[in-house]
Design a protein around this ligand. Structure first.
Ligand code: UD1
Length: 367
């Protein structure tokens, strides 16, 4: 059975790594990786392939930057050539980035069985580019692999037949479980001279937060307030850095005392930073889940989440509107030990990729 797995952007790499490993171990699966190149920097891409023990992609399309339309249209043209050449039995896409939607359209149109890992998640906010990608992908794929109960409910509401849907758990947590011990050997904390549980870790890159001056100014104030209480470590995403620089605000950010600004970090370094933070502030999708698994308090700067289990069962709390006063109150509360006790959601056990490999071989392949 030949499977083409697609990756495009940073949050895809840790999802494909355990799947590729499970496909190799299965013995009857030929696993091919296509990287569309949406994320292309060494720090946004190559380091993940190395650390996650992924082989060099079989195909690298080199389509990074540009508008979402430019990315999708060019990915579709090149991916079609690969499909025609390789004639895979299955195309597998993960998550909600542009490559996910673009490649699923091409594969389904070519009559190839196409499956989506991390299906059914919905924020209910169609202004998020990822929400549109999720809806397009789920509405056309032949197999949908779901991480949490809300995904099952959403797909049922959208009229997806039960036989297409499989509740399997979370492949991103497979990577976390697999690499957690190795990440403990990372020297990042001693290199930064920061003690365990003595810092706040921050990431911020959603267009709704960082593509406007008001948002960027509010984030500056939030960081100042946070850094007045604890060291803040902030590996800054290229989108966010570009926007601060364009508005001549980057020097203001750099000058905040007790703030450690870093380049995007590798998987192992970032996992070690998450595992030992006293609080994580983010607007990422995946980090909400990773902090829930690690049982580290997380404040997410968004109005809604497509991953509600991180709020109902996990350690995540949503905060809308980037209000520095409200954020500061909530942060102080957590730093004073008033934290939310979470539990780990069902099937987030490190075995999801094996489940998916077995289902694909049994249900989607005819000898
Ligand atoms: C993308 C995903 C988002 C994911 C995020 C994680 C979509 C719609 N969005 O958003 O779901 O949470 O990745 O990082 O697919 N850039 C670089 N170097 C890189 C990659 C990007 O400088 O290696 C620059 C781009 O040129 C662009 C900006 O960063 O100016 C944003 O990149 P883009 O891929 O458009 O979206 P992300 O915000 O990264």
């Amino acid at each position: 059975m030949k499977i083409i797995s697609v990756v495009g952007a940073r949050p895809n790499f840790m999802k494909i790594a355990p799947l590729h490993r499970a496909f190799k171990n299965h013995g009857k699966i030929n696993s091919i990786i296509v990287h569309t190149g949406q994320h292309y920097d060494e720090k946004m891409s190559d380091i993940f392939f190395n650390q996650l023990e992924l082989p060099k992609p079989d195909y690298y399309l080199g389509i990074g930057g540009g508008t979402h339309t430019y990315q999708k249209a060019n990915v579709m043209l090149k991916f079609e050539e690969i499909i025609n050449k390789e004639k895979p039995d299955i195309v597998l896409v993960v998550g909600d980035v542009n490559a996910t939607a673009a490649c699923s359209i091409v594969a389904v149109k070519a009559g190839i069985k196409t499956v989506h890992v991390e299906a059914g998640l919905r924020s209910g906010d169609r202004e998020m580019p990822e929400e549109v990608n999720r809806i397009i992908t789920d509405s056309i794929c032949n197999g949908l692999f779901v991480t949490e109960q809300s995904g099952m409910i959403n797909l049922a509401k959208e009229g997806v037949p039960d036989e297409k849907v499989f509740f399997v758990g979370n492949v991103m947590i497979d990577s976390l479980v697999h690499f957690r011990e190795k990440a403990k050997t990372s020297p990042i904390l001693s290199n930064l001279s920061v003690a365990k549980k003595e810092y706040i870790l921050m990431t911020m890159h959603r267009p709704s937060n960082v593509d406007n001056e008001e948002g960027l100014q509010k984030i500056l104030q939030i960081i100042k307030n946070a850094a007045a209480q604890k060291t803040v470590i902030f590996p800054i995403h290229p989108r966010t850095k570009n926007n601060y620089t364009k508005l001549n605000l980057y020097t203001k950010l750099e000058s905040i005392e007790n703030l450690i600004l870093l380049e995007p970090q590798g998987y192992l370094e970032f996992l070690h930073l998450m595992d030992n933070a006293c609080l994580i502030i983010t607007d990422s999708g995946g980090i909400q889940e990773e902090t829930t698994f690690l049982q580290v308090p997380c404040l997410t700067f968004r109005d809604s989440t497509e991953r509600p289990v991180t709020v109902t069962l996990g350690t995540n709390q949503l905060l809308a509107n980037l209000d520095p006063i409200i954020v500061n109150e909530r942060m102080t509360d957590i730093l004073n030990g008033n934290t939310k006790q979470g539990v780990i959601p069902p099937l987030w056990d490190g075995q999801t990729a094996e489940r998916i490999a077995n289902i694909l071989y049994t249900n989607f392949y005819k000898n």
